[in-house]
Write a protein of this length. Structure first.
Length: 305
């Protein structure tokens, strides 16, 4: 009989401990706002939670990459706008130099000004963002060009690295987001000769013609400059298109983020209303168990004698 009493008491204590642990877990879920903080909280949901966390981590990485690229593209687009304005200034100086009433000295002065524009264009080709040269392709730790007026195009080409890097959007699609300084300012033919739309060469040819008081050369250089301006306009339009593409990719990534966060929240976060009801029921069950135990007859050794 004593053994039976002991068994009943032990079972009551075990059940009481289960109720108290469940109450503590529910209270923790309500206070923290998290339903699943460890696998044992809901083993059946762990796989879904891990997958959602992985998806969200990937989208967060994509968003970070796109934000970085957006900064680079915006910087490049602004730089090319400046380059376009510089070509327009060179065109104005060339038109002044074509005036037959100017002296050789006056044209030489204009040539010096065009030389300064060429120097500024080289600086544009050396534009950086976050410590990287945006027009240096895959070798973005070094500038692609430096000024060298002894060359036909007025510059030295320091590197020939292409721009092969691709950016990935949240759907897995990749796209190019940059061009090199050679693509933009120093366009070449397949044989590596200076192309007719070479920006550096057009500006330098105008500089040389002005300084040499070469009127036919000035006229020819102005024609080349017009061709270079048109070409540079297409490069600027390219970056405008990339800006739109990156903005669209960011918008999609942000939507994916919100979807994944909502799904993860639904799996992991506490439903406060349900948890409050559960906690009330658990408290009721605990109280009922204690009352039932208190109402049980107390058997002692004396009652068995």
């Amino acid at each position: 009989m004593l053994n039976n009493l002991s068994s009943v008491g032990q079972q009551f204590l075990a059940n009481l401990q289960v109720l108290q642990e469940q109450m503590a877990q529910t209270q923790a879920q309500v206070s923290s706002g998290v339903r699943i903080s460890k696998p044992s909280d809901d083993p059946s949901a762990v796989g879904d939670v891990l997958q959602l966390e992985s998806d969200l981590g990937r989208v967060n990485q994509v968003t970070g990459n796109l934000t970085q690229v957006q900064g680079q593209v915006n910087t490049a687009e602004t730089a090319l706008q400046s380059a376009t304005q510089l070509l327009s200034q060179a065109d104005t100086l060339g038109a002044q130099g074509a005036n037959g009433s100017l002296t050789a000295a006056q044209r030489a002065t204009l040539g010096d000004q065009v030389g300064q524009i060429l120097n500024q264009l080289v600086s544009v080709s050396q534009t950086t963002f976050a410590g990287s040269y945006v027009f240096s392709g895959d070798q973005d730790t070094s500038p692609a060009y430096q000024l060298d007026l002894s060359n036909p195009n007025g510059v030295d080409r320091l590197i020939t690295a292409p721009a092969t890097r691709l950016i990935q959007d949240a759907t897995g699609i990749t796209f190019a987001a940059s061009k090199t300084a050679q693509d933009i300012f120093d366009h070449r033919t397949p044989t590596d000769a200076l192309a007719p739309d070479n920006v550096f060469a057009a500006v330098n040819s105008l500089r040389v013609a002005l300084q040499n008081n070469d009127q036919p050369g000035i006229t020819a250089a102005l024609g080349s400059l017009k061709t270079a301006e048109t070409y540079l306009g297409t490069q600027l339009a390219y970056y405008g298109g990339v800006q739109n593409q990156v903005a669209s990719a960011l918008d999609i990534a942000n939507k994916f983020q919100l979807q994944d966060q909502a799904s993860l929240s639904q799996e992991k976060d506490t439903n406060v209303a349900e948890a409050a009801v559960a906690l009330t029921q658990e408290q009721t069950n605990l109280q009922a168990a204690l009352q039932a135990q208190a109402a049980m007859p107390k058997t002692t050794l004396f009652s068995l004698l």
